[in-house]
Design a protein around this ligand. Sequence first.
Ligand code: SF4
Length: 396
Amino acid sequence: MDTSAAGTETRIAHGALPARDKLRLGIPRVLNVWSTHQFWIGLFGALGLDARRIVFSSDTSDEQMREFGKGRGTVDSCYPVKCVSAHYGELLALDRHRRIDVLFSTMIYSVPSFLHGHVVDSLACPRVMAAPENIKAGFLKEGDAFAARGVRYVAPLVALGEPDMAARQLLAALAEFLPGVTRREVEAAVRAGYAALEAFAAAARRQSREILENCARLERPCLLVLARPYHMDPGIGHEIEVDLQAYGFPVLWGQYLPTDPDLLGWMFGAEVAAGQVRSGLDIADVWPSSYSANTNEILWAAKFAARMPWIAGVIRLSSYECGMDQPTYTPVQQIVERSGTLFFSFQDLDSTKPAGAVRIRVETIAHYLARDAAGIIARKRDASPPDCPLAAAPLP
Ligand code: SF4
């Protein structure tokens, strides 16, 4: 696929646009926006847009789909992509006080990943890449819904995993609604976007490390969620991990695990020394076809869980009709279970949260954790190298 062409999309409505500091920009809160939102805030802030005028759509919900997504469906797809139409509809329907001038919905080709350089590639799922094209069709089939509301629709293809390429692609797209924007401005704004994203991820990793240090100090179990970034959306992941947290188990997300060299050295040092992997972030031993960023991160986090004594249980979330997750079900489960860690899977999640069934499963997970966690931690600690850097951490 040629990503060098900027691929900027549609010039559907061409009215005069307000000045930058008055421009109202709508961004659907969907798919890989869940892992890149800080980039967009940093980018547009550096370009002089007022943060209060950058409008993200709401979390996904049944009400949102009923009110804004009906009749806009296009080709059959997985559940997270299906939901995108309701986010578009919500942004287009904003009242005159919040009405947007531009709907900005990127076709994300690749995503920044902490595994970059240790895996084959960091591509987005093809359905994520194509979603704006797919969803746009539903807003054009009975007339141009963007033009009817005076909204300019901009959907560039962006290789966010390659900063130089991303800057070139974004320059062409941004020029569509920021007249006079220069290459130098966009390059600086792209740098600001990546800096914001990295600062957010670093803070989240620090928090995850503090949780693990606390668990190590108190010999307490925690849980790890293995899922895609958009399972943090309450309407996609149904907050299953929140229900578990209510039982007193701290919850970590695979995307934001600590990657400090001392910790990776303790967990993976022996395998690196033996030549089984090239680094603590290498997954070639379990997943040689490491092209997809989110899939790679799930596999790596499964390895992390297997080696981390205080992660006593893993929760796997996956959405209805997800073709990307299917080949990973067995390897992920095997990696986790072979270490003696409890594994629980919620597959085919869609719009309905079967509250009763989820509650029973959550109660079951809490029961097994309360019963078995101490033994799991002890066995995993016995199998680990000595001198864990987490246990040596000073009290906060
Ligand atoms: S990873 Fe799965 S759920 Fe996510 S967009 Fe791709 S096919 Fe859909």
